[in-house]
Design a protein around this ligand. Structure first.
Ligand code: ARG
Length: 663
């Protein structure tokens, strides 16, 4: 059986054909596989459609001229039905050009298949996708949209490829923010405001208490920071006073130490300044300074409220049960707008009873140790240990994550878990995975699907105005409002009524927002811009949706029904180079999805769709469809249009983006 999934996957088919040849040339299976990976789409059409570059390293290994090795591989591989006679170029590149007959056979099979020829995984996996996962009752930020959109696209794609993808929104619903809200509620609630808009009031309370806690913590941190600054300064003075030894290396080292100490002192001084400014601002505010005086021990009190909640205090639990549904409703509204649904939303609170046993288990395995009153797991290669229980008995984020892996393993036996989380949590996950591999979860492939920060125009992390879930909603609203303007611009003839326009604007606005996120390599930061995301030409959802509508409109214009043409017995025949290029691009859909699957990188799919739309544009300019020379050519081209439209629609659907029939 093929090791690769071969449906319409051209690349996998080529690898399959070369596998026996390479197997005969190299005995090591791992090496053979590595060499097979050197078969890739050609960078330039003049080198054919695909290129195999393994002959150079293989020649070196075998001590034979690469061109001879290339010739031997080509001779051993069965390619006749698939490719034209391969060309061996330069030092030993193998240029592969697919036969037009083969290409059209594949395309014609695709036309008749609802899945566009894409095979289901031969070995379906169970994959948990942990995404979105905001901390409820705390400001939800654009990073959570990023996680939501990427996680949803991955879940959809994995499912389409035949895997059992389980989405689990690991809500932060049990953290210290509840201590703050409970404290705030007990001391500062505005009953009328709470009755009218509970979440807005809770969010006000959160922010207020956060500010007061921050004030106390800053004040407490100051003396220590100041004495450390003094130490650094003294150290610098001492280093400066040190006479030169004349030993170049030693003097250089001293100079380096000095500059390090000076840098450290400067950044410490900077921090102190910032803290002092923050404190002064609150002191200068009569209302706030009254509150800081009245609630001088608020930092401890807030921790106690959380501890009481976790210990099962009835009043705090009652409040938590009262607050949580409100907080969840608010988040659910954002999910509704984004059209995202989860299979499960267990959240951190669900694991509460499992935390103590996790720590017990770590002890039993000899992994956890007492250290300065806390319980820690020391992991090789990390400066700091993973703390699983604090001195005061509280458990941590990492403890919950260990319990979560345990639960997921018991419940679903996944072979892979994807954590779609901000790259700043990289160290947390590195440690978590290291510990997990030592406590019985080594068979699960745990992967941090990390993403960069969403930046604003000023080069700082993007912030919504209110910094709440409502703030996120206003972000969606803004995208939709701007999309409405785009719709108004394209509908110059006034073909649409107001309802239709509104509906289309929603699809385009939300699509633009999602696509802007998905089209970036997720590991990098990206700059949020409404203008860019709604561009009519460029790598945007708007352009893809427009291309889709444009292709579809051909059918309406000519009075053809796509399903009828498909059923008519008409066949695709490729007659023009740009038509062939479009056909080849259509066939690359499956190999693209395969990369999205293994790398968990949706931007390969957006890149593919963008290239597809460009190929279509060239085709559209060069190949008349409705005005084709004869019926056979016309029907063939209608089928090409239909396949393009279906591929765009399916591709966007896998990204969680809808299309409209006209815009
Ligand atoms: N609640 C966390 C945050 O907002 C993200 C949780 C990610 N998932 C996990 N299993 N740790 O930063």
């Amino acid at each position: 059986m093929s090791e690769y999934r071969v449906g319409m996957n051209v690349l996998a088919t080529l690898k399959d054909r070369f596998r026996p040849a390479l197997g005969a040339l190299v005995s090591d299976a791992g090496q053979a596989r590595e060499l097979l990976e050197m078969i890739r789409p050609a960078q330039d059409a003049k080198f054919g459609d695909y290129q195999a570059n393994f002959a150079m390293p293989l020649g070196k290994r075998l001590g034979k001229p690469p061109r001879d090795v290339a010739a031997e591989a080509v001779q051993r591989a069965e390619l006749a039905d698939l490719c034209q006679p391969p060309e061996i170029a330069g030092p030993g590149f193998i240029n592969l050009r697919l036969r037009d007959e083969w290409l059209t056979d594949q395309l014609n099979a695709e036309v008749q298949d609802d899945r566009l020829g894409i095979a289901l995984a031969s070995q379906p996996q169970t994959i948990v996708v942990d995404y979105s996962s905001p901390n409820v009752a705390k400001p939800m930020h654009v990073g959570h949209i990023r996680s939501t959109v990427i996680g949803d696209a991955l879940t959809r794609t994995l499912r389409f490829l035949g895997h059992k993808a389980i989405s689990d929104n690991h809500l932060g619903d049990w953290g210290t923010q509840f201590g703050m809200i409970i404290y705030g509620y007990k001391h500062f609630v505005d009953r009328a405001a709470y009755a009218a808009a509970p979440v807005a009031e809770l969010s006000r309370l959160y922010k207020l208490v956060h500010k007061l806690v921050d004030y106390q913590e800053s004040k407490k941190a100051l003396p220590d920071k100041k004495s450390r600054l003094a130490e650094r300064q003294a150290e610098s003075e001492q280093l400066k006073a040190q006479p030169k030894t004349g030993d170049k290396a030693a003097d250089k080292k001293t100079a380096q130490t000095l500059s390090k100490a000076q840098d450290a002192a400067a950044s410490q001084a900077h921090e102190i300044e910032a803290l002092e400014a923050k404190i002064a601002a609150i002191d200068a505010d009569p209302q706030l300074s009254k509150l800081t005086a009245e609630h001088a021990t608020i930092d401890d009190a807030v921790l106690q409220e959380t501890a009481k909640l976790h210990a099962g205090d009835s009043e705090n639990l009652r409040l938590w049960h009262e607050f949580l549904p409100n907080c969840r409703d608010e988040i659910a509204r954002v999910y509704g707008r984004l059209n995202v649904k989860f299979d499960y939303e267990y959240g951190e609170s669900f694991y509460h009873d499992r935390l103590a046993p996790v720590v017990e288990d770590l002890r039993r395995r000899g992994l956890a140790q007492d250290s300065q009153g806390a319980i820690c797991v020391f992991v090789d290669g990390f400066e700091t240990p993973m703390i699983v229980q604090k001195k005061d008995g509280a458990f941590l984020y990492a403890t919950t994550d260990l319990a979560t892996i345990q639960f997921r393993k018991e419940t679903w036996q996944p072979s892979r878990i994807l954590y779609v989380v901000d790259h700043r949590q990289g160290e947390h996950f590195d440690k978590l995975f290291a510990v997990a591999s030592r406590c019985g979860y080594e068979t699960i492939d745990l992967q941090h699907v990390k993403f960069g920060t969403v930046m604003g125009a000023e080069g700082k992390p993007y912030k919504t105005r209110e910094g709440t879930a409502a703030g996120l909603e206003s972000l969606l609203d803004e995208a939709v409002t701007r999309a409405a303007a785009v719709v108004a611009e394209t509908d110059t003839e006034g073909r649409m009524n107001a309802d239709e326009r509104r509906e289309i604007a929603e699809v385009i606005g939300i699509g633009a927002l999602k696509y802007a996120d998905l089209s970036q390599n997720r590991t990098s930061d990206y700059t949020f811009s409404y203008d860019k995301m709604l561009l009519m030409n460029g790598n945007t959802a708007t352009y893809m949706q427009y291309s889709y509508a444009r292709v579809s409109s051909i059918f309406a214009k000519g009075g053809f029904d796509a399903a009828a043409v498909r059923a008519s017995g008409a066949k695709i025949a490729l007659s023009h180079p740009v038509e062939r290029a479009l056909g080849l691009q259509l066939l690359r859909f499956e190999e693209t999805l395969a990369v999205v699957e293994t790398e968990a990188m949706p931007h390969y799919l957006t890149g593919y769709l963008f290239d597809l739309a460009k190929c279509y544009s060239a085709f559209f300019e060069n190949c008349p469809v409705l005005k084709a020379d004869n019926e056979a050519v016309r029907d063939s081209r209608l089928l090409v249009c239909d396949l393009t439209a279906r591929t765009i629609r399916m591709g966007l659907d896998l990204l969680g983006i809808k299309v409209v029939e006209r815009m």
